[in-house]
Write a protein of this length. Structure first.
Length: 266
């Protein structure tokens, strides 16, 4: 291939890539406008307070307001070290009847199952509580399908990354192989092809890493809305001293190396 057709192919590939990115940019703006319109409906259809806590942070964050609700109801007690137990004489202690909301009910059931004092942080390891929590959050997400899908893969960003990888890999192949036609003979052909593939793969990887940083991700208007909301009402209603107990964390014990642990070395 002569130099002129090679440079023509390079410019053609650049033009096609720019046209594709222009289309992706338009699609990104249209989708963002649609996302903002869907988020505007949250003013008239606000999310469940527990759902809002999970969207603004992590799914495990809902355990804290659920514990606050149980303390307000008198269903559980918390000691000075932040350990929770079903309240003495509580009707929930032996066979818990679920509170109105499913998440406090799931937390209470988890405390009864464990049959020992449990901190709020330890609740994250309970499988049944995790399953109940995910079922609740999935059902709540279904009420806002357009907003909840933001947490899935960003298809437009994926296309932008794949496109730049393909363009850079193609350029690398052209540079190594088609610009050196004298090497495309005999046994040298295989080595040139392998070199082209290796250079193309490295270039595509570097281009993908750069595009991930440059390309604007999908804006999560649902998370932004939930993060701007006031704290969960049960946390605001709980006595600050009790809330401090719920948030209490045991300090980790400090371990010191002994003469035996160090193999006798000082």
């Amino acid at each position: 291939m002569s130099q002129h057709p090679l440079w023509a192919a390079v410019f053609e590939a650049a033009a096609v890539a720019l046209a594709c990115y222009a289309v992706l940019g338009v699609l990104w703006r249209l989708r963002d406008r649609s996302d903002r319109s869907a988020a505007a409906l949250l003013a008239t259809a606000p999310p469940d307070p527990y759902h809002a806590v999970a969207v603004a942070g992590r799914a495990e964050d809902v355990h804290r307001p659920a514990v606050a609700r149980l303390l307000l109801d008198g269903s559980v007690e918390v000691d000075e070290r932040g350990r929770l137990v079903p309240a003495a004489g509580s009707p929930h202690q032996e066979a818990p009847s679920a509170p109105v909301h499913p998440l406090p009910a799931a937390v209470l059931a988890a405390l009864v199952r464990r049959s020992r004092p449990t901190s709020t942080a330890e609740l994250s390891g309970d499988r049944e509580l995790r399953a109940a929590r995910e079922a609740f959050l999935t059902a709540e997400d279904a009420k806002y399908p357009h907003l909840a899908e933001v947490r899935d893969h960003d298809r437009i960003a994926d296309l932008a990354v794949l496109l730049v990888m393909a363009v850079v890999a193609w350029y690398s192949f052209q540079l190594v192989v088609l610009s050196r036609p004298d090497t495309l003979r005999g046994i040298v052909l295989m080595g040139t092809f392998v070199l082209a593939v290796a250079v193309g793969a490295c270039g595509a990887l570097l281009a993908a890493m750069a595009m991930v940083r440059v390309w604007p991700g999908r804006r999560d208007h649902f998370r932004t809305h939930c993060a701007a909301l006031p704290p969960h009402p049960d946390l605001l209603a709980l006595d600050p001293e009790l809330l401090a107990r719920v948030d209490h964390r045991e300090p980790r014990p400090v371990e010191y190396d002994t003469w035996v642990d160090s193999g006798g070395a000082f």
